[in-house]
Design a binder for this molecule. Structure first.
Ligand SMILES: Cc1cc2nc3c(=O)[nH]c(=O)nc-3n(C[C@H](O)[C@H](O)[C@H](O)COP(=O)(O)OP(=O)(O)OC[C@H]3O[C@@H](n4cnc5c(N)ncnc54)[C@H](O)[C@@H]3O)c2cc1C
Length: 569
């Protein structure tokens, strides 16, 4: 249980609102540099935009077109840091860009972009790009509609298949460094006296109780609430979000949706980065944990932030475009296993600018210019550049205090689960747990948890029933659900299926996983039948509101899929 009384007595240097990847990175960087930190998240960690991304750790090849060289260079540097400090969570991924005669960019333009991308990542560990002839492209991607193709470009980027777990490990590391971290606590009011925020009130949804943290003379507040930045600023002004939106809006989000499908006829063995035939927009077909993640759309968006769902039109667009480029795919709505949608927290630019052309660079907006000297908001910020944001936010705080900031250790400090493929602990675990868990499960646990897999396995040693698979055919075991509750601050079934594991995407919107998870939690975590029933209902309601497409809800029940895909990382 969390101790709200103790929280209210502590004297924080820095309070972070929003536990997505950028808030987590800020809390971690600040705590590691000796500050006393509080991180408050209204839902689960990574439950906002962070969990709805394409999961690429990339320089953003496309940003070269808008001459955002510093953004590309910074992102490529961060990609390299992540590959080094979190090799279990960020892995190299090969990308192929088929080039078409009728496409908007010529072979030579793409080659020039590739050379620039390599130059901007001159210190990388990944291979340089290579250009492919049309013949070679057809050889490598036989199912691709390559008739009008004049070749392709191939290069490497990074993929964080478990983006939610990346965020969680950053939060856990912040906690190790001394930060207080709360999920399921909504900031509901910001008290202000003169030019300072002096108090912050939040509602703890777990204890169903409100609490107020009083800020010291020097404390600063960091608003990393992503697309909710304007709403949080509305709290500061004692007004609703609408007042802020009307007056001095900071965020002008765009909506991006993805679909997840099982392997299909002609599915590529490596990721494709494609220009959509209908509107020339770039999108990705990415192998992801034995399935395919296809997206994204990019639509200007002004509607409500919760709930948020891919529209039927968006799903159809992604299916149609994929079928055009891979004619054997013949994907239909019935092939869609999961959909998700998020809002990019981009700077508000007013009307008239194309969604794709709005800068993806981030801004630290110091509200000193609005008369609030101890508040800063993050506008923008990619998954890739979260560590940099954390470092910059902490530097900002030290600058406010007129002090020299100690160097940030986050460029070199490994995340808690960091482990390399040749680490002897893997072989030792394989020998030790041979009789308790199959080798495929062991491999899966190391892919997902890195070195922390050993803690999951220790649960199985104490209670061998926890080696029971959650869903037949998938490598997840009941111990993971118990571990999520006991060691990873999960509170709900949704936390477990969506963010501690990927079962929601692989087991019929998570439904097929729930009976086994609930059984384990009732036996090992004291969950009651009544509590379980409420949680199952909430899980279903969330899926219907956010992830099950509307056309599928029109049919009476979501059909149970035979799940034969084994996650391989
Ligand atoms: C479709 C799509 C694809 C993308 N693909 C990529 C990609 O491949 N690579 C990449 O680098 N970037 C990608 N991005 C961008 C990236 O995902 C986001 O910019 C990044 O995750 C934003 O993280 P954040 O922490 O700033 O915001 P969020 O993750 O949204 O976190 C903000 C948090 O604040 C919390 N919050 C809000 N109000 C309150 C309150 N009152 N009290 C407490 N907490 C509150 C929310 O619950 C939320 O969890 C993509 C974005 C989208 C939408």
């Amino acid at each position: 249980m969390r101790d709200l009384q103790a929280l209210q007595r502590r004297d924080y240097d820095l309070i972070v609102i929003g536990g997505g990847i950028n808030g987590a990175a800020t809390a971690r960087d600040a705590a590691l540099r000796g500050l006393s930190v509080l991180l408050i998240e209204k839902g689960d960690f990574a439950s906002g935009t962070t969990s709805w991304s394409t999961r690429l750790i990339h320089g953003g090849l496309r940003y070269l077109e808008y001459f955002e060289f510093h953004l590309v260079r910074g992102s490529l540097r961060e990609r390299e840091i992540l590959l080094r400090t979190a090799p279990h969570l960020a892995k190299p991924i090969q990308m192929t860009i088929p080039i078409y005669k009728q496409g908007s960019r010529s072979y030579w333009e793409i080659q020039a972009g590739m050379i620039l991308y390599d130059l901007l990542s001159y210190d990388k560990s990944l291979p340089n790009h290579r250009m492919l002839s049309a013949r070679k492209l057809r050889q490598l991607f036989r199912s691709l509609d390559a008739e009008q193709s004049c070749g392709a470009a191939q290069y490497y980027d990074g993929q964080a298949a478990y983006a939610e777990r990346l965020c969680l490990e950053i939060v856990l590391d912040a906690q190790v460094a001394g930060a207080d971290v709360l999920n399921y606590a909504t900031v509901t009011a910001l008290g202000r006296v003169g030019d300072r925020i002096t108090a912050l009130t939040a509602h703890d949804q777990i204890a169903d109780e409100s609490f107020t943290v009083t800020l010291s003379e020097t404390a600063v507040v960091v608003n990393t609430s992503g697309p909710w930045v304007d709403q949080v600023l509305g709290l500061e002004q004692g007004q609703g979000a609408e007042a802020v939106l009307g007056r001095d809006r900071k965020i002008g989000g765009t909506k991006g949706s993805h679909i997840i499908v099982d392997p299909f006829p002609g599915a590529p063995s490596a990721a494709l980065y494609i220009e959509a035939k209908s509107d020339g927009r770039p999108y990705f077909i990415t192998p992801w944990l034995g399935q395919y993640l296809i997206g994204t759309t990019d639509l200007k968006y002004d509607g409500p932030l919760d709930p948020l769902k891919a529209s039927n039109d968006e799903v159809d667009y992604l299916l149609r475009e994929t079928n055009q480029v891979i004619p054997t795919a013949r994907l239909t709505r019935a092939d869609v296993r999961f959909t998700y949608s998020g809002i990019r927290p981009l700077p508000y630019v007013g009307e008239g600018k194309k969604a794709g052309s709005i800068s993806r660079d981030h801004i630290l907006y110091d509200h000193g210019k609005d008369g609030v000297v101890n508040l800063v908001s993050l506008i923008g910020g990619k998954l890739t550049t979260h560590r940099q944001v954390g470092e910059e936010m902490t530097n900002w705080a030290f600058q406010k205090w007129g002090k020299t900031a100690p160097p940030s250790p986050t460029r070199d400090r490994a995340l808690p689960g960091c482990i390399w493929p040749d680490d002897p602990r893997r072989a030792e675990a394989a020998a030790h747990y041979r009789t308790l868990v199959p080798a495929s499960v062991l491999e899966h646990l190391f892919q997902m948890y890195g070195a922390r897999a050993l803690e999951v396995l220790a649960l199985v040693e104490d209670a061998p029933d926890l080696a029971t698979p959650i869903v037949p055919g998938l490598p997840d075991i009941q111990a993971q659900a118990v571990y999520a509750i006991q060691a990873e601050m999960a509170h709900t079934l949704l936390d477990i299926t969506r963010r501690r594991t990927t079962l929601a995407m692989q087991a019929n919107y998570g439904h097929d996983a729930l009976p086994s998870i609930v059984a384990a939690l009732q036996t090992h975590c004291g969950w009651t039948t009544a509590q379980s029933e409420i949680q199952i209902a909430q899980h279903q309601a969330f899926m219907e509101a956010n992830c099950i497409p509307d056309y599928a809800l029109d049919t009476p029940a979501v059909p149970s899929q035979a799940v034969g895909v084994v996650a391989s990382g």
